[in-house]
Ligand binder design. Structure first.
Ligand code: GLN
Length: 484
């Protein structure tokens, strides 16, 4: 059952080949048996999952079911879930049970999806390896000595290991695409504002976007169909009509113009990864696409710009965690200042503290113009590069990550080396564009991701372009040994 697509599962549920309760029990059993080796879940929601599955079975019986009714999924532990702990990977929120559901959670529940649990993640989504989690690192199902990527490493590993049919995730600078690439699955980060951020714990509000981790573009389309759309509770939510993503999957891609930015194929890119990406692009040409060489001249500045803007926004967003209203509170505070200081020092891990300090610094009087304002100006130039590129091409392709998965611990002492993992993904967030990662030919048994970037609100085209490749090749069907 765990290898079936969402469409196949939905068809089986309709035919009563098995019930949603049986399917849910099957996944729960897999999680209990296989996840101790991976640590991809922080919280299991066995009881509520079975109750939701029972409701789904009733709906199926009544003939009142949509494509996600009864399908077992997982949520990244950054989405607030009513009555179920939402830790955001942090000691700060280890005891936090949200009194409400995030919009994305609410929408998927309304669509009948069954929530198996909450997935592990880098603390407050800060990281590229899932090693900054308070709950310990996640391991890559393809090789457990290697990282799964981050920050949505739990969702990526759980989907790759077939512990759920699909999962939600978030992407501020690459956290959907990079772990999708390193774990060999399909991930889509929609246009900024496409999915509501309401109830999604904020890291960097002008960059954060919810999206999907799945085993194929078709599965991702079923999820995104339910998740996307305007939400008046999120002031940056986009009031733009949502097309049917599943309907667009089979559209012809003859004549598709693919832009290859020279900056994405230069120094720092592992030559084996480059070759695997090229092989996929050759396949696109066989499918009738044309390749156009383009340039995104300001993209090398995206990492430094991001590491000013994201920490600045996080230093402001994380000010709310003060030990007063919710979250971790230190024992026996002497006075209010001691309460703030010790609650925050104990509740936040090293990477989160580093970001808060950098963010506070770049926003401080005297440095604001030199760092924050300058970064915002370059951010505009980065967005303008894409605007020019999309006058010539329909999509942009390149590698998602410069290398395959690296060993646990390899970059934990070198934050800059860690930050450079996102060199190809960050510009997309700075510009607010949609991006995807899909698996291509592996390198020495480890997955490689092809990144596909689209113009604003062109998620349907991204999913279509990804689906056409997955229709023609088998790369996305490979399963890690022991998790087949
Ligand atoms: N790795 C990047 C960071 O640490 C991106 C994280 C993300 O997209 N949430 O900020």
């Amino acid at each position: 059952m765990q290898n079936k697509s969402i469409a196949q599962l939905a068809a089986d549920l309709r035919l009563r080949t098995y019930s949603s309760v049986e399917l849910t029990k099957h996944y729960l059993e897999r999680i209990k048996r296989l996840d101790p080796a991976l640590n991809s879940f922080i919280t299991l929601a066995e009881e509520s999952a079975l109750a939701a599955a029972e409701r789904a079975d009733q709906a199926l019986k009544a003939g009142d079911a949509g494509p996600l009714t009864g399908i077992p999924i997982a949520h990244k532990d950054i989405f607030c879930t009513k009555g179920l702990r939402t830790s955001c990977g942090s000691r700060m929120l280890d005891n936090f049970v949200a009194p409400y559901d995030a919009t994305v959670v609410e929408k998927l529940a309304a669509a009948g999806a069954v929530v198996l649990g909450k997935t592990n993640m880098d603390e407050f989504a800060m990281g590229s390896s899932n090693e900054t989690s308070y709950y310990g690192p996640v391991r890559n199902p393809w090789n457990q000595d290697l990282v799964p990527g981050g920050s949505s490493g739990g969702s990526a590993a759980a989907v790759a290991a077939r512990l759920c049919a699909a999962a939600t995730a978030t992407d501020t600078g690459g956290s959907i695409r990079q772990p999708a690439a390193l774990c060999g699955i399909t991930g889509i980060k929609p246009t900024y504002g496409r999915c509501s951020r309401w109830g999604m714990i904020a890291f960097a509000s002008s960059l954060d976007q919810a999206g999907v981790m799945a085993r194929s573009a078709a599965d991702a389309a079923f999820m995104l169909d339910e998740m996307a759309g305007f939400d008046r509770r999120d002031s940056t939510s986009a009031d733009v009509p949502v097309p049917d993503y599943v309907d667009a999957l089979d559209d012809d891609i003859k004549g598709l113009r693919i832009g290859l930015p020279k900056e994405y194929f230069g120094e720092g890119l592992d030559p084996h990864v480059a070759r695997a990406v090229q092989e996929a692009i050759d396949e696109y040409q066989r499918l009738g696409a044309e390749v156009v060489d383009i340039s995104l001249p300001n993209s090398p500045l995206s990492v430094p710009v991001y590491y000013v803007v994201a920490p600045a926004e996080c230093s402001s967003n994380l000010a709310r965690f003060d030990g007063v209203r919710y979250g971790h509170r230190c024992d026996d505070p002497k006075d209010l200042e001691d309460l703030y200081k010790r609650s925050r020092a104990e509740g936040f891990g090293a990477e989160v503290q580093r970001r808060i300090m950098i963010g506070t610094y770049v926003l401080s009087a005297g440095y604001y113009d030199a760092y924050y304002l300058k970064a915002q100006k370059i951010r505009q130039l980065i967005a303008d590069d894409f605007k020019r590129a999309f006058e010539q091409v329909d999509v942009i392709m390149g590698p998602t990550s410069p290398t395959t998965a690296f060993p646990l611990g390899a970059k934990m002492d070198d934050p800059v080396a860690m930050y450079l993992n996102d060199i190809y993904t960050i510009a997309t967030n700075l510009a607010g564009l949609p991006g995807m990662s899909i698996p291509v030919a592996p390198v020495e048994g480890m997955p490689v991701g092809l990144q596909i970037i689209g113009n604003y609100f062109e998620e349907a085209r991204l999913l279509n372009v990804a689906h056409r490749l997955q229709h023609a090749t088998h790369w996305h069907q490979a399963a890690p040994e022991g998790f087949e």
